[in-house]
Design a protein around this ligand. Structure first.
Ligand code: PDD
Length: 277
């Protein structure tokens, strides 16, 4: 398959970046993961807006305008055989002699690739997934979609080592998010989510779920959520580009609610599928 790297389409196996790229040396860059349904970007404008916010937050000049980005992504998507895909794009500050602060002159590195979109199977959806809880030990700029993902990597590995699909993180006893997903809690018919501040990534599904709740008359409330509330929830679910919405039916080995995916999840999942079409 062909990838885009700094102005050229090349086979993935031939794409090369210099070892002094600041993405490699410092994790100095940002990224996006965009689902493609039937060759069309889903919530494209939202993903682009978040990319632009991330670039702005870390002072990387945006190398393309909106139309330019869309054209590049479309090119990569068009060159791929599958209709449903997952586009990964990354921008780093560029290549420069190693020194921590920003180099005076540097050209951002732009990389775009695509892969098959692998969604959870119906069997996984029917059973729901297991999660494990842990302390959130990441930095205080989780709102930036940074490629510096060591905290998230360790959280994901912790989940694997505990035979869980995802970790659910808490900071000072309050729910933040998963290693690569947002986390939602249902109690008495109300969907609760943590505030979109610097402690979580504002998932593109965060806004989508809010819209779907409004359209389906599901009460939606944003506030800090305590650890005890997660364990006392009727339903818990995850959201991300690759999970869409996914029910959590066990946390730290204990059943969530009655241990089966709940009605709010089912409604949101249906609404999500309708929104894709
Ligand atoms: N992760 N929180 C974190 C820490 C994430 O990494 C992600 C997405 C989300 C959900 O965001 P969205 O709804 O925009 O996918 C929340 C992507 C899929 C990844 O890193 O692969």
């Amino acid at each position: 398959s062909l990838v885009y790297l700094n102005g050229e389409m090349t086979p993935l196996s031939e794409a090369r970046i210099p070892v002094l790229d600041r993405g490699f040396i410092f994790g100095d860059g940002v990224y996006e993961v965009i689902p493609i349904y039937q060759r069309k970007m889903f919530r494209a404008e939202h993903h682009m807006a978040r990319l632009f916010r991330s670039l702005d937050k870390i002072g990387i000049p945006n190398p393309h305008d909106l139309a330019g980005w869309m054209a590049l992504i479309d090119k990569v998507v068009a060159a791929y055989p599958d209709d449903d895909q997952m586009v990964y794009l990354q921008v780093t500050r560029g290549v420069a002699k190693r020194a921590h602060a920003f180099p005076a002159t540097v050209v951002p590195t732009v990389f775009i690739m695509t892969n098959p979109l692998v969604l959870p199977s119906n069997a996984v959806r029917a059973a729901g997934v297991s999660c494990v809880t842990m302390e959130d030990k990441r930095w205080l700029h989780c709102e930036i979609k940074s490629v510096s993902l060591l905290g998230n990597v360790l959280a994901a590995q912790y989940a694997v080592e505990h035979e869980a699909t995802e970790s659910i993180q808490f900071r000072d006893g309050m729910l933040t998010e998963g290693s690569s997903s947002n986390v939602w809690v249902v109690k008495n018919g109300v969907l609760y989510g943590p505030p979109k501040d610097n402690l979580i990534l504002e998932g593109i599904r965060y806004g989508l779920i809010r819209e779907l709740c409004a359209a389906n008359r599901i009460p939606f409330e944003v506030r800090r959520i305590g650890r005890d509330e997660v364990f006392a929830a009727d339903e818990v679910m995850l959201s991300s580009a690759t999970k869409e919405v996914l029910p959590v039916t066990r946390i730290d080995g204990q059943p969530v609610g009655n241990g089966a995916p709940g009605p709010i999840y089912s409604k949101l999942y249906e609404a999500y599928q309708a929104a894709k079409a």
